[in-house]
Design a protein around this ligand. Structure first.
Ligand SMILES: Cc1ncc(COP(=O)(O)O)c(C=O)c1O
Length: 377
């Protein structure tokens, strides 16, 4: 966003704010679809569950990956005015419940919607068979997450060697397994993770077929990186390799889906805050902002993300520290940021902060989360 537009919003709304640009959301979603035309994109709601974002993506025909009953209800709220049949078709066609571990209560609530859910172990099969037997299943596979910023394979995924047996076990318990899903880890910059995951999946697919099990849904998960800086490969590079591998390994007309979160929403948001304190410690300028690690910058902890702080001022810069407003020293945004000399009440901003940021913001120390301002919605 340009400085002039941001300044106008600061004047109207004050700070801290997160400016969410829905034109960028639409552009990111449409670009994803255009680059991978065989792949149906289920927006991963956990990346940013703001109902206004869900509305915009719903309006342009997106599908949704939910991972809690509350996320399910946020999406379901958009279809409440449809007829019962239309609602059921929407749930079948455009929602996946992609958390491999679900409570009995969650399954009981989900069962009447006959959703598509993921699983990766025997205990979960027993739970689903007991509490949500009308679900369709995808087996979540453990695949290499090498080099991905957020690693997921230590927590989820059946080993390739146990995959076909887990599918048979679900079938034996009268459940229908529709396909296989994987996740290469979030902010994945290593395309080989996708290539290897597709190979592993295709091998399992063939063994299942030889045992008379016909799978029809391939879910390639999320992980597509946001371009926080120019070193991050463009989505176009991932898409051309993924498309070619899918066509080569899965030539038959199967359903291919993905669960992109970060790459849809990260670049749509800019956080703006204000310098509320200033000190010099060990010769280094220190700035205290009215937003921090317990709030919009929570991705520093939970998402292993580094955000750069930009100033509206120009002029010579110095290495400085930037802190959030709380009394905790963990509330450190950066110990080495290059900024010009800032004064109290100056504003600063951070781009590409729409994913896994406000989503994990807290009220710690009595400071509320930043106000979200939606533009072009
Ligand atoms: C099951 C699942 N799907 C999709 C996503 C979204 O991933 P990303 O934001 O990297 O696209 C995640 C993120 O943790 C996930 O766990």
């Amino acid at each position: 966003m340009n400085h002039k537009a941001l300044r106008r919003l600061i004047k109207t709304h004050g700070t801290p704010i997160i400016v969410m640009d829905h034109d960028v959301l639409r552009k990111n979603y449409e670009r994803f679809r255009e680059l991978m035309p065989r792949v149906q994109a289920y927006y991963a709601v956990k990346a940013n569950s703001d109902p206004a974002i869900i509305q915009t993506l719903y309006d342009i025909g997106a599908s949704f990956d939910v991972a809690s009953i509350s996320e399910f209800r946020t999406v379901h709220a958009k279809i409440i005015d449809l007829t019962e049949d239309e609602q059921q078709n929407f749930i079948w066609d455009r929602i996946i419940y992609a958390n491999p571990i679900k409570t009995a209560e969650t399954l009981l609530q989900l069962d009447k919607y006959k959703p598509l859910v993921t699983y990766d172990n025997h205990e979960e099969v027993m739970k689903i068979a007991k509490y949500a037997p009308h679900s369709g299943l995808l087996l979540r596979l453990c695949v290499p997450n090498i080099g991905s910023v957020v690693e997921l394979s230590s927590k989820f995924g059946a080993l390739p060697s146990e995959a076909v047996d887990l599918i048979s076990f679900a079938n034996y318990n009268k459940l229908v397994v529709e396909g296989i899903s994987f996740h290469v880890g979030s902010q994945c910059t290593n395309i080989q993770n996708y290539v290897q995951a597709l190979h592993l999946t295709s091998d399992i697919w063939s063994v299942a077929k030889s045992r008379g099990i016909d799978l029809k849904v391939l879910d390639i998960g999320g992980g597509f990186p946001a371009r926080y800086d120019k070193t991050i490969p463009a989505l176009r590079k991932f898409a051309s390799i993924i498309n070619a591998e899918i066509d080569r390994l899965f030539p038959e007309p199967i359903e291919v889906i993905a669960e992109p979160g970060r790459c849809i929403v990260a670049s749509a948001a800019t956080a703006v805050s204000t310098v509320i304190g200033k000190a010099v410690r060990s010769g280094k300028p220190c700035y205290y902002l009215n937003d921090g690690v317990y709030h919009t910058y929570s991705g520093i902890i939970f998402d292993h993300c580094h955000y750069s702080i930009k100033s509206f001022k120009s002029g010579p810069t110095m290495i400085c520290s930037v802190f959030g407003p709380t009394c905790d020293a963990l509330d450190t945004i950066s110990l080495a940021e290059e900024l010009p000399d800032l004064d109290i009440d100056d504003n600063v901003y951070t781009e590409n902060i729409g994913a896994y940021s406000g989503a994990s913001s807290t009220h710690f120390n009595g400071f509320p989360p930043a106000t979200v301002i939606h533009i072009n919605s």
